[in-house]
Design a protein around this ligand. Structure first.
Ligand code: GDP
Ligand code: CA
Length: 329
């Protein structure tokens, strides 16, 4: 079986830990298609927060408390930059992390596409699945805000890290999306997938920028593989993170049903065949989509692998193991 997962950073990475465990138990192959909308160039370094969150988490090197970056991180470079008054000073640039950004930037400057650079970095971290950026082209999420009485577009990182999303916010713009093509390998992975899963990542700033690559969206929405999404909202709360602020900006209800309707049914030009929600949200209805309620708290690998099994099962007989399905039904 081949599984493709559309994913953002921290929430997606935790989900992928469960996907990997499930895949190992059934002998499936996994490709993660990762958001690049958060990517930014700072101090001359190309920083890819979601790719790094996934890579470090699956590589066993993520800081579990902070959620992003490396465990056992030190901050000498950041402190030294601050002593020079070098901006932006609000961005957390760890020393260990900096080595990753240096290798990546050097390779990008030498002309390698981001997908090849990511594969090279993964040789060290051995994430246990294939990691692909959604696109090798520049695609950045910018946010239209009012700051100091002025309306302007700022990079998503500035919106979130500097302002904590706490400024009047009008909309999100995926700069470069119109011209962006899927990264090398992405269309092949989606085209040969038995199932496409949408991780319980932020729908507005993690999943939407991936789908803003039009050929990628068409491959998922019009492809042969069933598409099952996992709700990032449990009982009206985003668990952790900022999905509530992002959804509010779009005028979308912060609920499992709200996000399900935002993705929409494939039959109506949307994306979903199946939508997995938490037990708390058992009543959530999305027209044209098969909904199933199971526990969605990603407390550990076993609980998350169980969620993944439910998502695969929801995708239908084409993907599941015939015998196991026979027992279940
Ligand atoms: P980011 O790119 O680092 O912000 O991470 P993602 O976009 O991949 O995931 C963030 C989202 O994961 C949050 O907005 C939450 O809605 C969701 N999330 C976090 N923990 C859980 C959990 O235990 N269960 C579910 N269902 N969703 C979660
Ligand atoms: Ca992110």
């Amino acid at each position: 079986m081949r599984i493709v997962v559309l994913t953002g950073g921290i929430g997606g990475a935790r989900f992928l830990v469960g996907v990997r465990a499930y895949a190992r138990s059934v002998g499936a192959e996994v490709t993660a298609v990762v958001n690049v909308g958060d990517d930014v160039r700072m101090h001359g370094l190309q920083i890819c927060p979601d790719l790094d969150s996934v890579m470090y988490t699956l590589g066993g090197a993520a800081d579990p408390e902070r959620g992003w970056g490396r465990v056992g991180e030190t901050w000498v470079v950041k402190e030294e930059l601050a002593r020079y008054g070098a901006e932006p000073s609000w961005f957390g640039l760890g020393d260990k992390d900096t080595a990753t950004h240096l290798v990546r930037t050097t390779m990008l400057n030498a002309g390698y596409p981001l997908s090849a650079v990511t594969a090279a970095l993964c040789e060290r971290w051995q994430p246990g699945l294939a990691m692909l950026p959604a696109t090798d082209d520049r695609l950045e999420t910018h946010v239209v805000v009012d700051v100091d009485g002025e309306r302007k577009a700022i990079h998503f990182q500035e919106w979130w890290v500097r302002y904590r999303g706490d400024v009047p916010t009008h909309r999100f713009v995926f700069v470069g999306a119109d011209a962006a093509k899927p990264a090398a390998g992405v269309l092949e992975a989606i085209g040969s997938a038995d199932v496409v899963l949408i991780a319980p990542s932020n729908p507005v700033v993690s999943i939407a920028p991936i789908l803003a690559v039009s050929a990628l969206r068409e491959a998922v929405a019009g492809g042969p593989a069933p598409v099952v999404g996992v709700s990032p909202i449990i009982g009206g709360s985003p668990v952790r993170g900022m999905a509530d602020r992002c959804l509010a900006t779009l005028g979308v209800e912060v609920s499992a049903a709200g996000v399900g309707r935002l993705y929409g049914a494939r039959a109506d030009g949307g994306l979903l065949d199946g939508w997995l929600v938490d037990d708390t949200d058992a009543g959530a209805a999305v027209p044209g989509v098969t909904t199933r309620a199971v526990p969605l708290w990603m407390t550990d690998e076993t609980a998350t692998a169980k969620m993944v099994e439910e998502a695969i099962d929801l995708a239908g007989p084409r993907t599941g193991d015939a015998e196991r399905r026979g027992e279940a039904e």
